[in-house]
Ligand binder design. Structure first.
Ligand code: B12
Length: 210
């Protein structure tokens, strides 16, 4: 019998083969795909962060765990495939310049797409002008920015300032997220919202369209 704790443990170990195996078993046993992510994979990678901070493991291990987690997410992804809903809006999203973390951003994209949103993924390490260009080109209702490092959070402010300067804020809501980001920070830099996880992010994008 596989359980969520076992899945977290194999993410912590960075064992991609086992992560895939346990994820598949949980899927086969009929577990909810979102619970597999939220109760198995995410607690595992979060524990990796804690151990990294404490100096119990290092970047190569963190990298292996990230790869292992992605292996699990890939298996769950098809199960979240778009229910037959018409496209409800367009979101441009990226991880800001200097930051290579994309697991959380990709989960947000997965949830948005499975809720019928059309998502333009700018990837990681996205410079300010690329966000600005993308808003001009795609005319989205929402711009999403992800930052996982305290050192890259200020780039989100730089993007907002640039969009303001180009008069591109009307009709575009800016949502920010990532582990170190807070609602207070969102207020401080003039973002329209903050979401702590992919489900909340998707709900907020839906609200923008109402
Ligand atoms: C995996 C990981 C890595 C992997 C990333 C692989 C990848 N492809 O993403 C690798 C090994 C590459 C890595 C590298 C580094 N990392 Co790192 N990493 C992590 C770790 C363990 C997990 C991050 C993660 O994926 N979490 C799981 C996801 C699901 O959560 P999430 O990202 O928060 O996303 C959710 C929400 O925040 C929200 N959300 C996210 N984005 C968005 C966007 C929008 C628009 C919205 C609305 C919502 C939203 O929804 C998501 C889904 O629920 C964290 C620890 C942690 N707890 O955050 C450290 C952590 C972020 N890393 C850290 C550090 C220091 C580094 C390095 C500098 C290490 C080094 N010395 O080289 C480098 C930096 C590289 C760079 N330039 O970016 C520190 C940051 C400390 C700080 N205060 O800034 C952390 C906090 C670890 C620690 N405790 O010290 N890392």
């Amino acid at each position: 019998m596989s359980n969520y704790q076992e899945l977290s443990d194999v993410v912590i170990k960075g064992d991609i083969k086992k992560v895939k195996e346990v994820t598949q078993k949980l899927i086969d046993a009929g577990n909810d795909p979102l619970s597999i992510i939220n109760e198995g994979l995410i607690p595992g990678i979060n524990e990796v962060g804690v151990r990294f901070k404490e100096g119990d493991l290092f970047v190569p291990e963190m990298m292996r765990s990230a790869q292992a987690m992605k292996g699990g997410v890939e298996l769950v992804k098809p199960l979240m495939a778009a229910e037959n809903i018409p496209t409800s809006g367009k979101v441009v999203i990226g991880t800001v310049k200097g930051d290579l973390h994309d697991i959380g951003k990709n989960l947000v994209i997965m949830m948005l797409e499975s809720s019928g949103f059309n998502v333009v993924d700018l990837g990681v390490d996205v410079p300010v002008d690329k966000f600005v260009q993308a808003v001009k080109e795609h005319n989205p209702q929402v711009v999403g920015m992800s930052a996982l490092l305290t050192t890259t959070m200020p780039v989100m402010k730089a993007v907002i300032t640039a969009l303001d300067q180009e008069n591109l804020r009307s009709g575009v809501k800016i949502l920010i997220g990532g582990a170190p980001v807070t609602p207070e920070y969102a207020d401080e830099i003039g973002a329209d919202g903050f979401a702590s996880d992919a489900v909340v992010a998707t709900d907020m994008c839906k609200q923008v369209l109402i």
